[in-house]
Design a protein around this ligand. Structure first.
Ligand code: AQP
Length: 344
C-alpha cells in the first residue's frame, strides 16, 4: 500500500466502520468487509461498529446493543481476527465525540451542504432530519483521525465523505499551525465490489434501508432466498448476455450482476463475459446464485454460531474498546494542547 498522505511521518494505520442499522448485505461485504479482512494480514487495523452514526436516525434502544453484536458476529464470520484487528463499539471510546466537536469548529457549513448522502437520506424532509444526520461526515472524520488512520477501506458511496475528512485534517493542521499533525487519510475504494447496486434498480445502490428485501442479498439469507432473489433480479429486454464490456453500456442491471459475479469469483468483467457472453439469463442467474451461496453460506453459518455466544462477542468488544482507547487517548491529549485549552 503506497502512502500518499503528504509528508505525514506517522505509522500506516487502517480504520473503517459499519453502522449497526440492520442486516448486512452483499454490498457491505464486497465493498467493505472483504477488504477489511485482506488488510489485516499486513496492517494495523481498527474496525468500529459505528453506533453513534446509527442514532442519526431513530433507533430502538432495546435493540441497538444486539444490532452492534450482530455486526461483530459478521466481522468475525467474514474472517476478522480480534487478536490482529481492533474491533469495538464507537460509543465506548469517548475520543470520537470529543474530536467531532473540535472538527465541527473547523469544518465549514458550505462543505457539509455539498454532501450528497445527506441530500439523499434527508430527501424532501431535510428540515425535520436530525442535526446529527447533517453532521455525520464530521463525526466520520473524527472516527478516522482520532486514530491518525492513514487508509480507509470503504465502498464508493463514501468517497465524498473521505474527501471531507482530508479537508478537515488539512484545515486543522493549518489553523493550529501543526503541520502534518493529522494525516490526510487515503480512501481504499478501487476494485470489484466498490459499488454494488440494487437487484431491482441498477441505478440505485444496494442498501439496508431499501424497503424491498428483494433488492438485496443479506448475509443471513439462506441458499433458497439467495437463489430466489437472483432469479427475480431485474434484467432487461435487450437479449442475452453481451460478449464484451462495451455491450454492458446502458444495461445497468446486467452490468451489476456481472460485477457481482466478477467480485465473488475474483475475476475481471471480461473473463465473466467470455464464459457467459451470448448465453441467456436462465443460464447466468443460476450460476451466479450458486457462486454467491458457496461464498456466503459458510459466513452465515459462522455468524449464527457467534450469535449463539454473545459473551464472546462482548469480550471482543470490551478488549477492542480498551485497545482503541489506548491509541486515541494520547492523540486527544495532544489535540487539546494544540488547540490551547487550559490543562490543570
Ligand atoms: N451497495 C454498496 N456497494 C459497495 N459498498 C457498500 N457499502 C454500503 N453499501 C454498499 C459500504 O459498506 C460499508 C458499511 O456501510 P454502512 O452500513 O456503514 O452504511 P451505508 O453505506 O449507509 O450502508 P447502507 O446499506 O446503504 O445503509 P443504509 O441503507 O442504512 O444507508 C461502507 O464502507 C460502505 O461504503
Amino acid at each position: 500500500m503506497t502512502d500518499q498522505t503528504t509528508t505525514y511521518a506517522g505509522p500506516e494505520r487502517v480504520f473503517s466502520g459499519v453502522q449497526p442499522t440492520g442486516a448486512l448485505h452483499l454490498g457491505n461485504y464486497l465493498g467493505a468487509l472483504k477488504k477489511f479482512v485482506a488488510l489485516q494480514a499486513d496492517h494495523e487495523c481498527v474496525y468500529c461498529v459505528v453506533d453513534l452514526h446509527a442514532i442519526t436516525v431513530t433507533q430502538d434502544p432495546s435493540a441497538l446493543a444486539q444490532q452492534t453484536r450482530e455486526i461483530v458476529a459478521a466481522f468475525l464470520a467474514c474472517g476478522l481476527d480480534p487478536k490482529k484487528s481492533i474491533i469495538f463499539a464507537q460509543s465506548s471510546v469517548l475520543a470520537h465525540t470529543e474530536l467531532a466537536w473540535y472538527f465541527n469548529c473547523v469544518a465549514r457549513m458550505g462543505w457539509l451542504e455539498r454532501m450528497t448522502q445527506f441530500k439523499d437520506k434527508a430527501g424532501k424532509d431535510a428540515e425535520r432530519s436530525s442535526v446529527g444526520l447533517f453532521d455525520y461526515p464530521v463525526l466520520q472524520a473524527a472516527d478516522i483521525l482520532a486514530y491518525k488512520a492513514t487508509h480507509v477501506p470503504v465502498g464508493e458511496d463514501q468517497k465524498q465523505h473521505l474527501e471531507l475528512s482530508r479537508d478537515i485534517a488539512d484545515k486543522f493542521n493549518r489553523d493550529f499551525n501543526a503541520p502534518n499533525f493529522f494525516p490526510l487519510p487515503e480512501p481504499l475504494i478501487k476494485g470489484p465490489g466498490a459499488r454494488i447496486m440494487s437487484l431491482k434498480d441498477g441505478t440505485k445502490k444496494m442498501s439496508k434501508s431499501d424497503p424491498s428485501d428483494l433488492s438485496r442479498i443479506n448475509l443471513i439469507d439462506d441458499a433458497d432466498a439467495i437463489t430466489k432473489k437472483f432469479k427475480k433480479a431485474k434484467t432487461d429486454m435487450l437479449g442475452d448476455m453481451p460478449e464484451d464490456e462495451a455491450g454492458l453500456k446502458g444495461r445497468p442491471e446486467v452490468e451489476n450482476l456481472v460485477g457481482i459475479y466478477a467480485a465473488l469469483a475474483g475475476a475481471d468483467t471480461q473473463t465473466v463475459l467470455d464464459e457467459f457472453g451470448g448465453k441467456g439469463f436462465g443460464t447466468f442467474k443460476p450460476a451466479l446464485a450458486e457462486l454467491a451461496v458457496s461464498h456466503l453460506s459458510p459466513i452465515t453459518t459462522r455468524m449464527r454460531d457467534y450469535l449463539n455466544d454473545p459473551a464472546e462477542i462482548d469480550r471482543v468488544l470490551k478488549d477492542g474498546g480498551a485497545r482503541a482507547d489506548a491509541i486515541a487517548r494520547p492523540i486527544m491529549e495532544e489535540v487539546r494542547e494544540i488547540i490551547g485549552f487550559w490543562q490543570g
